[in-house]
Design a protein around this ligand. Sequence first.
Ligand SMILES: NC(=O)c1ccc[n+]([C@@H]2O[C@H](COP(=O)([O-])OP(=O)(O)OC[C@H]3O[C@@H](n4cnc5c(N)ncnc54)[C@H](O)[C@@H]3O)[C@@H](O)[C@H]2O)c1
Ligand SMILES: [Zn+2]
Length: 354
Amino acid sequence: MKKIKIHIKNSVHRDYPVYIGIDLLEKINSLIDLSKYSKAIIVTDRNIPLKLVQDLQIALPIANSVVVLGSGEQNKDLDNVKKILKTLKNFGCDRKSLVINLGGGVIGDIGGFAASIFMRGIDFLQIPTTLLAQVDAGVGGKVGINLLGIKNLIGTFAQPIAVIINVNTLSTLPRRELISGFAEIIKHGLIADKKYFKQVTSKKPQEFSQKELIEIITGSCRIKASIVSQDEKENNLRKILNFGHTIGHAIEAISQENNKPLLHGEAISIGMVAEAKISKLLGLLSDEDCAVVKQSLNKTGLPTTFTAPVNNVMEKIKSDKKNVKGEFGFTLLEGIGKAVINKTADKSVIRKVL
Ligand SMILES: NC(=O)c1ccc[n+]([C@@H]2O[C@H](COP(=O)([O-])OP(=O)(O)OC[C@H]3O[C@@H](n4cnc5c(N)ncnc54)[C@H](O)[C@@H]3O)[C@@H](O)[C@H]2O)c1
Ligand SMILES: [Zn+2]
């Protein structure tokens, strides 16, 4: 088992552990001291294997209330926040109760958000069960939901008491979801670590052994933890994690409106290719490295192209939270393993790339 400590500056929760390994749910009591909690509720979705919920309840008898939400992004909404808050209230939870989020990024985001506002904030534990959530959503303390058709419009910064990454949960994950998680893994390599990038693109996702996957997940968590620890609230450094996300989020939203939804990692893959091209057009990235970005994503099995009217994509980019004073804000690449924040690109450059 691997253990990483995340130390957040200027935060109430000064540091918390991330455990990565196999069969960790059974051992949960030996990993974290949960004796101070009188009650715990589990938030999960209907696709999460029942066995995981049961393992958790056997190990943690105080977790005898379970909220099961529908699966998918459309459930990351206010109605489901209310459902969780109502369960917390009806179950008699107080400020010393714990919310355990057992699921993908949707469950982590919504359960974490509900916990962060119930009685002005109670503790929560992240147990991410998708690869994407294990390397990205589960670690970092951004929680929130979609509102008025805008992704993550409301939310809070709230750090969990711990993150438990039980790698055997990936055995039931559909292959498409596994590959989607690799988009964020490759992103971590592209923005921060060339050697890691080479390691994670050396084979197709399904060819990595469980041991190699543990190494890879640990590598990604280390990169993300190091960034988040230095800049919890995304004032500067944390923005490097946004590489591929300005255009990626626009494409993700359009794909949902067209009823052919892309998975988050798939949209980010296309966004990374587009933003690598912007980096190239602005003279930051060499032709060769720009080509490497696309080839590596293709090799992993991720999509790298998308068809949509340019005006639609431009409209979506306009409502991106990363824009400041009407300028389109990007995190771009200066090389493989090196990102640069606070770059703006002219509309004509973005149009050309699209
Ligand atoms: N907070 C953050 O920092 C952050 C970062 C990245 C992404 N996100 C958010 O995360 C969400 C995407 O996360 P996701 O890709 O995990 O999506 P998800 O939570 O919708 O999970 C994907 C699918 O896999 C199913 N599933 C989950 N675990 C499973 C398992 N072990 N076996 C079988 N099926 C399983 C789910 O039911 C769902 O159908 C988005 O809402 C995104 O905004 C948040
Ligand atoms: Zn992402």
